[in-house]
Design a protein around this ligand. Structure first.
Ligand code: UP5
Ligand code: MG
Length: 190
C-alpha cells in the first residue's frame, strides 16, 4: 500500500444478521469501500475460475474456504482501490483466517463490528431472502450456524479482549440498527 495506511473494519455476525445491509448504509454515510468476502467468492464461482467448483462445494456445505484463496481476493480488491477505508464483510470466519490475514496483509483491523442476532431471526431472514443463493436452505443454514458458533465466535471474543469490538444488537428495523452503528464511525479520528 506504499504510503497509504489502510483503515480496516471487519464486519462480523452470523448468517442473515444484516452485515451486508448495514455495510451499504456505512458506505453511503462514511464513504468506505465494501468488500464482502462471500460476494467475492460467489464472483469466483460465476467466473468459472480454477477454484470455482471447490468454492461452490464449500459454500453449499457451509464450510470455510481456505484462507489463502479468500485473502488473495480481498488483497486484490484492496490494492486496486483508490479508497483506503475498507469494510471487510464476513471475514475472518475463524482464528486461522484471522492469523493468515495478519501475516499476508500485514495489518490488523482498526475496528470490528459484531452484529448480534438471535438464531430464530437469522434463520427467518435467510429463508425469506429469495435471491437464489445455494446456501439459503434449511439444511445448509444449520451447518452455517454451527460453523459460526464453533469457529467465528472465538474471533469475536478475541477482538472483544483486544478492546476493538463494537457489539451491535441486530434486532429492529434497519434504521434502528444503523443508529447504533453510526456513532462507532462518527467517533473515528483516522
Ligand atoms: N434484513 C437485513 N436487515 C434486516 C432487519 N433489520 N430486519 C429485517 N430484515 C433484515 O440480510 C439478510 C436478509 O435479511 C436480507 O434479505 C435483508 O434484506 C434482511 P443481509 O444483510 O444479507 O445479512 P448478512 O449478514 O450479510 O447475511 P449473509 O447470508 O450474507 O451472511 P453469511 O455470513 O452467511 O454469508 P457470506 O456471504 O458472508 O458467506 C457465505 C459463505 O461463503 C459462508 O457460509 C462460507 O461458506 C463462505 N465464506 C468463506 O468460506 N470465507 C469467507 O471469508 C466468507 C464466506
Ligand atoms: Mg452478506
Amino acid at each position: 500500500f506504499k504510503d497509504r495506511i489502510p483503515f480496516i473494519t471487519f464486519v462480523l455476525g452470523g448468517p442473515g444478521s444484516g452485515k451486508g445491509t448495514q455495510c451499504e448504509k456505512i458506505v453511503e454515510t462514511f464513504g468506505f469501500k465494501h468488500l464482502s468476502a462471500g460476494d467475492l467468492l460467489r464472483q469466483e464461482i460465476a467466473s468459472k475460475s480454477e477454484y470455482g467448483s471447490m468454492i461452490l462445494n464449500t459454500i453449499k456445505d457451509g464450510r470455510i474456504v481456505p484462507s489463502e484463496v479468500t485473502i488473495k481476493l480481498i488483497q486484490k480488491e484492496m490494492e486496486s482501490s483508490d479508497n483506503k477505508k475498507f469494510l471487510i464483510d464476513g471475514f475472518p470466519r475463524c482464528e486461522e483466517n484471522r492469523v493468515a490475514f495478519e501475516q499476508i496483509i500485514g495489518a490488523e483491523p482498526d475496528i470490528v463490528l459484531f452484529f448480534d442476532c438471535p438464531v430464530e431471526e437469522m434463520v427467518k431472514r435467510v429463508l425469506n431472502r429469495n435471491q437464489g443463493r445455494v446456501d439459503d436452505n434449511m439444511d445448509t443454514i444449520k451447518k452455517r450456524l454451527k460453523v459460526f458458533e464453533a469457529l467465528n465466535l472465538p474471533v469475536v471474543n478475541y477482538y472483544a479482549e483486544k478492546g476493538k469490538l463494537h457489539k451491535i444488537c441486530a434486532l429492529g428495523t434497519e434504521d434502528e440498527i444503523f443508529e447504533q452503528v453510526w456513532p462507532v464511525f462518527a467517533a473515528c479520528k483516522r
